[in-house]
Ligand binder design. Structure first.
Ligand SMILES: Cc1cc2nc3c(=O)[nH]c(=O)nc-3n(C[C@H](O)[C@H](O)[C@H](O)COP(=O)(O)O)c2cc1C
Length: 212
């Protein structure tokens, strides 16, 4: 067993109280943003946008839209993971062009891939498309939480907010986006008794089944 990985995961917890005086270095922040960038997504469509919010007035308003959870204002940075409202044919074309450029592949050779993605998504309703895009946001969250733990940066995965209010405060709909997850990051306060609690996890043998 790789104990380093497990130590990271035991170290992290959903932080309830941050030390508001401690700030994340720009080096660490850049590493974490790159982790978000490297997140895999279905067909590589990356239907996501990541907001890094430091503006204190805005964060007070966002805290009000987050059932008053103090992490939103006390953490060093607030990350909001947004999904595109839809994955349009235009977006699929843009991503295909990006692939063509980065891998130096003639765009005509990617026509099959482009059509395949378009046909896979064409029958999805607006709601189904948003759900598909949102699933990609959760992958980003998982990668992000692990990377934070590696850097000994505390984090709180958060669904506990009113997405409509976030969308309005952040002007997201105008950009074709909606807020899916929030994740305050920073350093735990000594007073956060949650940091001392044992992890509640099902035993491995009830969680994992081997099929040989
Ligand atoms: C998708 C998701 C949404 C969550 N939303 C909140 C939240 O809004 N506020 C909060 O304090 N914790 C939130 N949590 C934290 C969970 O309650 C926590 O991860 C879980 O109880 C396990 O504890 P641990 O993360 O401390 O190991 C959320 C976790 C996940 C994965």
């Amino acid at each position: 067993m790789n104990t380093e990985i497990i130590n990271d995961l035991e170290w992290r917890y959903a932080t309830k109280k941050f030390d508001a005086t401690k700030k994340i270095s720009s080096r660490d922040l850049n590493t974490l943003l790159d982790v978000l960038r490297y997140t895999p997504s279905s067909y590589g469509m990356q239907p996501l946008k990541f907001l890094v919010i430091t503006n204190s007035e805005l964060r007070i308003k966002l805290q009000n839209a987050s059932f008053n959870q103090a992490q939103v204002t006390e953490a060093s940075h607030l990350i909001v993971i947004c999904a595109h409202l839809e994955t349009s044919a235009n977006h699929i074309d843009e991503m295909t062009e990006l692939m063509s450029t980065i891998r130096s592949i003639d765009i005509d050779k990617l026509k099959g891939f482009n059509n395949y993605v378009k046909s896979a998504l064409k029958d999805l309703s607006t709601q189904e498309m948003l759900l598909w895009n949102s699933k990609q946001a959760y992958i980003a969250l998982g990668m992000f939480l692990s990377a934070c733990a590696r850097l000994r940066i505390d984090s709180t995965p958060m669904e506990g907010f009113e997405p409509d209010k976030y969308d309005e405060l952040l002007g997201l709909h105008q950009q074709g986006l909606t807020a899916i997850l929030a994740c305050p990051i920073g350093y735990r306060s000594e007073e956060d008794h949650y940091s001392k609690l044992k992890k509640v996890r099902k035993p491995l043998n009830t969680l994992v089944q081997f099929i040989e």
